[in-house]
Design a protein around this ligand. Structure first.
Ligand code: ATP
Length: 311
């Protein structure tokens, strides 16, 4: 990110309280125009509340929010032309077909995409004439995202868009998001999926307890916070790995018995050297692999908790 690049979203010191519950607790972030920016965090971290405040559906208790240079609450009508939001299920008309619904949605905007193009982009060809009320959960989810894309908005805001999608549909959705992104087209999305964040987002903010605890490109966050990688393999006898513990780059060795073999995880600062050492010194090592700790590791490092148990 270049410091002088225009910002699509600026959030400074956002606090949102519901009664005595603090959902967002001094959250600050800036989304650069033209990037795909992900909000990543466990259940209840405050992602949806932040997104709803950014699009003007909720007002901030404290702090400042600016979207495309406008105030999302007082300038909501003007912003609606430039911001595409994945609509809530309740807003859909169950008796309309997919094509009818998207045509209706398209009619709200002066400029936008061809309905047919968006249908193809999201792999909805076979659903064109099916009524919304009869779609599967994943098909419905894709129609919601299609509706948010139809105006080709300058800022596309998606709250967990891949929820309930099968792997193919998820790939199509990711491609549609990548296609949408452009010089003046920004995407802000929340996700629970580290894989989605790593594959799709230019930058991510990891949110925990209503605050941003880390922000940057996925690679830079991993580099900055997780110096070690895992080298994994299986062996027949536990004693075979003893020699690895003394290697200077090795930070820890964990073993676990699985179906009669021992699965070994070596945490190391130098995965290449450790792999070579395993090949040289551990007789009968099989299923060798290396794994970067990824954003999961960043979360674990910064909070001391596993992401999946974090809520
Ligand atoms: P998830 O990943 O589960 O969607 P999230 O990160 O989007 O979670 P939010 O939905 O923003 O989190 O919720 C943050 C906190 O605020 C939670 O503790 C939630 O219970 C609370 N909260 C959200 N909406 C309301 C509301 N309308 N009234 C009271 N508390 C709320």
């Amino acid at each position: 990110m270049n410091d002088s690049s225009p910002r699509a979203v600026r959030v400074a010191g956002l606090v949102k309280r519901y009664g005595d519950r603090t959902a967002v607790d001094g959250l600050s972030l800036e989304v650069t125009q033209g990037e795909v920016f992900g909000l990543l965090g466990p259940n209840g971290a405050g992602k949806t509340t932040t997104i709803e405040t950014i699009v003007g559906l909720r007002s901030a208790t404290e702090g400042k929010v600016e979207v495309l240079g406008l105030d999302p609450v007082t300038d909501r009508t003007e912003l609606r032309r430039s911001v595409g939001i994945q609509p809530q299920q309740a807003a859909l008309f169950d008796h309309l077909t997919v094509t009818e619904l998207l045509r209706l949605w398209r009619s709200f905007y002066q400029d936008g995409a061809e309905v047919d193009d968006v249908i193809v982009e999201l792999g909805l060809q076979e659903c064109r004439t099916i009524r919304i009320g009869r779609l599967s959960g994943g098909q419905r989810q894709r129609v919601l995202v299609a509706a948010s894309l139809i105006s080709r908005p300058r800022l596309l805001v998606l709250d967990e868009p891949a929820t309930g999608l099968d792997p193919n549909a998820r790939q199509e959705l990711w491609q549609a998001i990548r296609n949408h992104r452009g010089v003046d087209r920004t995407v802000l999305m929340s996700t629970h999926s580290m894989e989605e964040a790593e594959s799709l987002c230019d930058r991510v903010a990891i949110v925990d307890h209503g605050r941003v605890i880390a922000c940057g490109t996925p690679e830079s966050l991993v580099r900055q916070h997780c110096a070690s990688h895992d080298v994994t393999f299986t062996v027949a006898a536990p004693g075979a790995v003893d020699g690895l513990r003394a290697l200077p780059s090795v930070k820890g060795v964990e073993t676990e018995t699985e179906q009669g073999r021992i699965r070994v995880r070596v945490q190391t600062g130098d995965p290449d050297a450790t792999l070579r050492a395993v090949l040289d010194r551990v007789p009968g090592a099989q299923e060798l692999g290396t794994r970067s700790p990824g954003l999961d590791g960043v979360f674990r490092k910064l909070t001391g908790r596993q992401y999946e148990n974090a809520a």
